[in-house]
Design a protein around this ligand. Sequence first.
Ligand SMILES: C[S@@+](CC[C@H](N)C(=O)[O-])C[C@H]1O[C@@H](n2cnc3c(N)ncnc32)[C@H](O)[C@@H]1O
Length: 216
Amino acid sequence: MKASVDAILQAVQAEYLDRLTTQSDPLLLEMESYGAEHRVPSADREVARFIEITARAIKAKRALEVGMAIGYTTIHLARAMGQDGLVVPVDPSDEMIEAASRYFERAAISDRVRIERGPALQVIPKLNDTFDLIFIDALKYEYEGYLEVALPKLRHGGVVIVDNLLWGGEVASDPASSDRDTAALQKFNEHFMRHPQLLALVLSIGDGLGYAVKIG
Ligand SMILES: C[S@@+](CC[C@H](N)C(=O)[O-])C[C@H]1O[C@@H](n2cnc3c(N)ncnc32)[C@H](O)[C@@H]1O
């Protein structure tokens, strides 16, 4: 009984927070509709906003994004970092790069985005940048690999944000899941929380957001 009352209260709260988190930017609104219509996976609105708030709060000037899709979160990052900022999104999909590039033109941020085409595990080790913020949002079973190749390029005090760590609740419901993504995320979450170079948390924002600062 208690469990079902808790579930109802949580659903009511989530609906209330959704209503509070309105979108007034017409381009972002259009991207949200495009994503829903074309089944392009983009971060939830609250996740994108949380990333933007973080980038502004730490005065980030260089951000790495692993998995760009149509560039919904890329635009939030570029806006947060201002004219002298640079976002480096990595994505292997020609289709996504084409769609995102059109949105970047319209958002007038093309000169502040350097798209790296290719699989992140191959691309990131070749980058010579130092980043203030890293956002991970591509193949779930490669998350641990992304973190390990990207972390050396994050400055001390820089922030790592990772999407989908609760995976719709799957990671918590079956501790010995045989699903590849669920099992990989369960392993990643343990690794992330105990990482000697990170002070980390998993927040119940969106689909579960990993949030860490580099301390070592
Ligand atoms: C969840 S979407 C990214 C959404 C985006 N961060 C946003 O919130 O707007 C995942 C993206 O990862 C890309 N992807 C797939 N394999 C990848 C890889 N090996 N390296 C980097 N990106 C990859 C896909 O093409 C897709 O665009």
